[in-house]
Design a protein. Structure first.
Lengths: 519, 396
C-alpha cells in the first residue's frame, strides 16, 4: 500500500513545495543566495531555541538585533509590564482566577460545596455536586491555559520558563482537596513573582501558600499530632536534596517547627489564650495558629532553633536556603533543565559560587549559565519534555499569530503524561531525557506532530455555544526555516521532507524530526 | 525484534487472515508470564493484611483498624489465626486466596531507610545491593529480560520506569486511555527513517510496532466500546487490556498504580483506602479471568516501596514506615498461605518502635520466586539481583 504512494510523490512533491512556499509567502529566500547574516542567524536560532520556549521568526530577529548579552539581560530583568499581545491579554483578563482574589474565590467555592452537601433531595444534591466539580475543573483549567498563553506569547520567556521550572520544583497536585481553586494563585503569587528573584524569597512564599500547606498535609500538623510529610519533602525535594546528610531526627524537628503553620478558610480567628495571641499570624488563607504550635526547644541540622513561633520557620528556612547542599542541588537542577542531563562540572561550580555569593539570586545564577561558552555550542543536547515539545512546535508554526484556544495543547500534554499541576507525587516531573524518550512516548509525540502539522487542530476554534473558527495553516516553511533551520537538519530529515506528499505532511515530518526533539 | 518485524509485514496483508495468523505468530516464546504491579506511595499494608490476633494493633489504631473477623460485613475476612483480609476484597480476591491462588508475604520490603518515596522506589526498582557499587539506570526487570531467552517485556506505563531501564530494549505503552493512531504506515516508515542509525532509532521503530500491536489486540474491545458494550473502567479496564496483551504477546509486564500515600483520613473498612483496594482487587480478578488458559502459567506480584507507620497519626492517617506486605497471585501459585518469616505483632517487635520490620528482603523473596518460576541458575539470579541470596518461600 505504501509502495504506490511513494511512487506518486515526485509529482506531488513539486506541487507541495510550491504550495508550501506560497503559503509561507517566502519563496524568495530559497534562491536569493545565502545572506551575509546567515551564519549569525543559525547561531541566533540555536540560542533562541535554548533561551526561549522555542525559536520563532520574531524572537530570532529580536535576539539577533539585540545581541545575546543584551537579550539575556533583558530576559533576566523583565520588569512588571506583561507585554502580551492585546488579544492574549484579553483572554487572560477574562479569567475568573484573574478577576477574583484567592480568598474570595476559595470561600465562595467552599460555600458552594457546603450548599451542595446540604441538599436533602438526592437528585438535587448530585446535580449541585457535579456543578461544583465542573467549576473546580474550570478554575484549574484557566490556570493551565494562562500558563500556556504566557509560554507562547510573553516577551519575558525566561521568566515563564522559570515559572514552569519552579512550579515543577515545588510541585503540587490539583486533584487534592480544593487545590484546583488555588493553583492559579499559587503559580502567580508564590512562584512567578519570585521566579527570577532570591531563592529564599521564593521558598518563603511557597512554604506559606495554602496550596502547598494543604498539598503536603501541613495544615494537619500540630503539637502532639505530628505530620512529617511537608518537613521531609521540604528538605529532600525543595532545598537540601536527598543525600545531604540530614537525618530522621532533623525531619521530626523540622516538622515540629512547622506545627501550627496552616490554612484557615473562614473569616473568624481562633480563640487564643492571652500569652499566645501575639504569636497569631493571619495573611489571607494562611494562618499560624500558636495554639497548635509546639513551643518546646528544637534543634535542626545540629544547631538549636532560637526564635519562637512563626519566626522559627524563618530561621529554619534561612538555614535550609543557605546550606551549600541547597546551592548545589538547585544549580544542578537548573543546568539539567536548561542545558544537559550531565552538567559539566566547571560550569556547575561557577553557578554554585554565584548562587552562594549572591545569597541565592536566581537571575545572577542563570546569567552565568546563559553567557557560558557551553550554552552557545551548536550541537543540540537537551531533549524536549512534552510541554516544551508542544509549546515550541506551536510557537514555530504560528509565530505571533495568537491561538484562540489552548485546549488541544492541554490535551496533548496530558496524553504525554506531563499535565500542569498534575504530577501525583511531590517530586515533580523528571528533567532527564530518558524519562520522555521511551517508545510509547515517541509514537504519541509523532501523533501530536501530525495534529499540529496538519492544520489548526482546533487551536483557532473558540469553545462554547457560539464557537468561532479562524482559518490558520501552520507556517513552518517560513523565512526562518530557509535561513536557519534547514541548515541544522541532517540528510535523513531532508530526505524525509522530500518524500512529503502535501504541505501537511511536510509539516508533520519536520515536527517529527530528530532535530525538533532537542534544543 | 524479529517477531514484530514479521508482524509488521503481515499488517500489510488483507485484514481477513490477520487475526488468526497474528495470534499464532504472537504466542510468546516463553510460556511463563510475570506481571509486577507497583503501588506507588507506600500503601498501608496493615489495612490489607490485618494482624487480627494483635491487641496492640487495635490499641494503636483506634480509628482506622479493621475489626476481627465476625459476621459483620465490615470486619476482616479470616485468612489464618493471626491474619485477616480487608473486607473490600471479599468478592474480588478473597476467593483466589481460598482457592489457593493467592498468598501474602508480610514483613517484606527493603532495608533502605530513607523513608523517601522516590529514593526507595528507585532503590527497589534498581534491585541492587544498598552498599557498594551501583549501576544506575539498570532495573531488575530489565536484567530479568536479559537472562530469559525468548522473553518479551513491556511496561504498561506512560514513561519507561526505572525497573525496566537498562541494556535490553523494552517498549512501553500506556493502556489507561487509548486513541486510534492517525500517523499511517507510510508516514511511520518515513518518520522512522529519520531516526535510523541514531541513538533513538530503536525506540522509534519499537514505538510504532507496539502501537500497531496494541491496536490489533484492542480492536475487539474498541468495537465493543463504540457499541457501548464495554463497562469496565479505571484499573479494571487497564488490567483487562494488559491481560489481552500478555496472553498473546508479552511475557514480562509492569504497571504502576498511584494514590496510596494516605497521611490523612485513610478510612477503615470503608473510606478512601478501602476504595483504592476495591478497585485494585477488582482489576486483578479481571486480569486473572481475562488471561484464560494462560493464567496457570502466570504470576502476579503486587508490591510497594514501604509500609506505613504502625500507629495511626494525628489525622486518622499513617506516615511513611518500613516493612510492607507483598501479594503473590497466579494460576500455579501455592496460595492460601501467609508466607515468609514472621514475628508476633506487638510493641517489642516493631522496627524503631514505629514500623513493621523487614524480615523478608525483597531481592531474596523475588529472587527465590523467579528462580522457581524460570528455573534460573545461580549466576542468572546473580545478574538479576546482584549479591542477593534467593530464598524459596514455597510460593510456586
Amino acid at each position: 500500500m505504501s509502495h504506490s504512494a511513494i511512487q506518486a510523490t515526485p509529482v506531488l512533491r513539486l506541487a507541495s513545495l510550491l504550495l508550501v512556499g506560497a503559503l509561507a509567502g517566502c519563496a524568495a529566500p530559497m534562491d536569493a543566495g545565502v545572506s551575509a547574516s546567515a551564519h549569525a542567524s543559525t547561531e541566533a536560532y540555536t540560542q533562541a531555541n535554548r533561551i526561549t520556549w522555542g525559536a520563532t521568526p520574531a524572537t530570532v530577529e529580536r535576539l539577533q538585533a539585540a545581541g545575546l548579552r543584551a537579550y539575556v539581560a533583558a530576559q533576566l530583568h523583565p520588569g512588571d509590564a506583561a507585554g502580551l499581545p492585546a488579544e492574549v491579554q484579553a483572554q487572560i483578563d477574562a479569567m475568573t482566577i484573574v478577576q477574583r482574589p484567592l480568598v474570595d474565590l476559595v470561600q465562595d467555592m467552599e460555600q458552594r460545596r457546603k450548599e451542595a452537601e446540604a441538599n436533602i433531595d438526592d437528585e438535587a444534591k448530585k446535580t449541585a455536586k457535579q456543578a461544583y466539580q465542573a467549576e473546580m475543573n474550570r478554575l484549574a483549567r484557566e490556570a493551565a491555559a494562562r500558563h500556556l498563553l504566557r509560554a507562547l506569547y510573553s516577551p519575558h520567556q525566561v521568566q515563564e520558563e522559570m515559572t514552569w521550572f519552579w512550579l515543577n520544583h515545588f510541585s503540587v497536585h490539583q486533584a487534592k482537596n480544593n487545590l484546583r481553586a488555588m493553583v492559579g494563585d499559587y503559580e502567580e503569587t508564590a512562584i512567578r513573582a519570585h521566579a527570577l528573584g532570591k531563592f529564599r524569597d521564593l521558598l518563603g512564599a511557597v512554604v506559606q501558600h495554602p496550596a502547598m500547606l494543604r498539598y503536603l498535609d501541613n495544615e494537619q500538623n500540630a503539637v502532639g499530632r505530628i505530620n512529617e510529610n511537608f518537613a521531609r519533602e521540604l528538605m529532600e525535594l525543595h532545598t537540601l536534596g536527598v543525600d545531604a546528610g540530614y537525618t530522621q531526627h532533623d525531619v521530626q524537628e523540622l516538622a515540629r517547627v512547622l506545627t501550627g503553620v496552616g490554612v484557615r478558610l473562614g473569616s473568624n480567628n481562633p480563640g487564643l489564650r492571652k500569652e499566645l495571641q501575639a504569636f497569631h499570624v493571619r495573611r489571607g488563607l494562611f494562618e499560624f495558629n500558636p495554639a497548635r504550635h509546639d513551643f518546646a526547644a528544637k534543634e535542626l541540622l545540629g544547631r538549636p532553633i532560637r526564635s519562637r513561633g512563626l519566626a522559627e520557620l524563618d530561621e529554619a528556612l534561612d538555614r535550609l536556603a543557605r546550606s551549600p547542599a541547597t546551592a548545589r542541588f538547585i544549580c544542578r537542577k537548573l543546568l539539567s533543565y536548561w542545558l544537559t542531563d550531565e552538567p559539566p562540572q566547571p560550569l556547575l561550580q561557577a553557578m554554585v559560587q554565584t548562587f552562594e555569593r549572591s545569597d541565592g539570586d536566581i537571575a545572577k545564577t542563570l546569567e552565568v549559565l546563559f553567557t557560558s561558552p557551553e550554552f552557545s555550542r551548536t550541537e543540540q543536547q537537551k531533549f524536549k519534555d512534552p510541554i516544551r515539545f508542544v509549546v515550541s512546535a506551536v510557537r514555530l508554526a504560528y509565530d505571533e499569530k495568537p491561538v484562540l484556544n489552548v485546549g488541544p495543547m492541554l490535551n496533548w500534554i496530558n496524553r504525554m503524561g506531563e499535565p500542569l499541576y498534575g504530577r501525583a507525587t511531590p517530586d515533580g516531573y523528571s528533567l532527564q531525557s530518558a524519562a520522555w524518550a521511551s517508545p510509547g512516548q515517541l509514537s504519541t509525540r509523532f501523533e501530536v506532530a501530525k495534529a499540529i502539522g496538519s492544520g489548526s487542530a482546533g487551536l483557532f476554534r473558540t469553545e462554547g455555544a457560539q464557537a468561532q473558527e479562524r482559518a490558520a495553516f501552520p507556517q513552518l516553511a517560513n523565512a526562518l526555516y530557509y535561513q536557519s533551520i534547514v541548515k541544522t537538519l541532517g540528510p535523513a530529515t531532508l530526505n524525509a521532507l522530500r518524500q512529503s506528499a502535501s504541505p501537511q505532511e511536510w509539516n508533520t515530518f519536520l515536527l517529527s524530526s530528530p532535530e525538533m526533539m532537542r534544543r | 525484534m524479529q517477531r514484530r518485524n514479521a508482524l509488521n509485514a503481515l499488517a500489510g496483508l488483507t485484514a481477513l487472515s490477520l487475526t488468526t495468523t497474528t495470534r499464532l505468530l504472537a504466542a510468546p516464546a516463553l510460556k511463563s508470564r510475570l506481571l509486577i504491579v507497583f503501588l506507588r506511595g507506600g500503601y498501608d499494608a496493615c489495612s490489607l493484611l490485618v494482624p487480627v490476633s494483635s491487641s496492640f494493633y487495635y490499641a494503636m489504631r483506634p480509628d482506622i483498624s479493621i475489626a476481627r473477623p465476625s459476621s459483620d460485613l465490615a470486619s476482616a475476612l479470616p485468612l489464618s489465626a493471626d491474619w485477616g483480609l480487608h473486607p473490600a476484597l471479599r468478592d474480588s480476591l478473597y476467593p483466589y486466596f481460598k482457592n489457593g491462588e493467592l498468598a501474602f508475604v508480610p514483613f517484606a520490603g527493603t532495608h533502605d531507610l530513607s523513608r523517601s518515596h522516590f529514593e526507595t522506589q528507585d532503590s527497589i526498582e534498581m534491585g541492587q545491593a544498598l552498599e557498594g557499587h551501583k549501576t544506575y539506570a539498570s532495573g531488575f526487570m530489565n536484567r530479568l529480560t536479559t537472562v530469559l531467552t525468548g522473553s518479551t517485556p513491556m511496561a504498561f506505563t506512560v514513561q519507561l520506569p526505572l525497573v525496566f531501564q537498562g541494556n535490553a530494549k523494552v517498549p512501553n505503552s500506556a493502556l489507561r486511555s487509548l486513541a486510534k493512531p492517525s500517523v499511517d504506515a507510510r508516514q511511520s516508515s518515513i518518520i522512522a527513517s529519520m531516526y535510523q542509525g541514531t541513538a533513538m532509532g530503536a525506540q522509534v521503530s519499537e514505538g510504532f510496532s507496539v502501537r500497531d500491536e496494541v491496536m490489533r489486540e484492542m480492536a475487539t474491545e474498541m468495537d465493543a466500546a463504540s457499541r457501548k458494550a464495554s463497562s469496565a473502567k479505571g484499573f479494571e479496564l487497564e488490567a483487562r487490556r494488559i491481560a489481552k496483551l500478555m496472553k498473546d504477546s508479552y511475557s514480562l509486564g509492569f504497571v504502576d498504580v498511584g494514590g496510596w500515600d494516605t497521611h490523612v483520613n485513610q478510612g477503615a473498612a470503608s473510606g478512601y483506602l478501602a476504595n483504592r483496594l476495591d478497585e485494585l482487587g477488582v482489576g486483578l480478578a479481571a486480569f486473572a479471568q481475562e488471561m484464560g488458559a494462560a493464567w496457570r502459567d502466570t504470576t502476579v506480584v503486587v508490591m510497594s516501596e514501604f509500609g506505613r507507620t504502625f500507629r495511626q497519626n494525628g489525622n486518622r492517617g499513617t506516615d511513611h514506615g518500613h516493612g510492607s506486605v507483598f501479594w503473590v497471585m497466579g494460576g500455579s501459585v501455592q496460595g492460601n498461605q501467609i508466607a515468609g518469616d514472621q514475628v508476633r505483632v506487638e510493641q517489642a517487635t516493631l522496627f524503631q518502635n514505629r514500623d513493621f520490620p523487614v524480615l523478608n528482603e525483597y531481592r531474596a523473596v523475588l529472587g527465590g520466586l523467579f528462580q522457581r518460576q524460570y528455573a534460573l541458575s545461580s549466576s542468572q539470579i546473580d545478574t538479576v539481583f546482584p549479591g542477593a541470596k534467593p530464598r524459596d518461600l514455597g510460593l510456586l
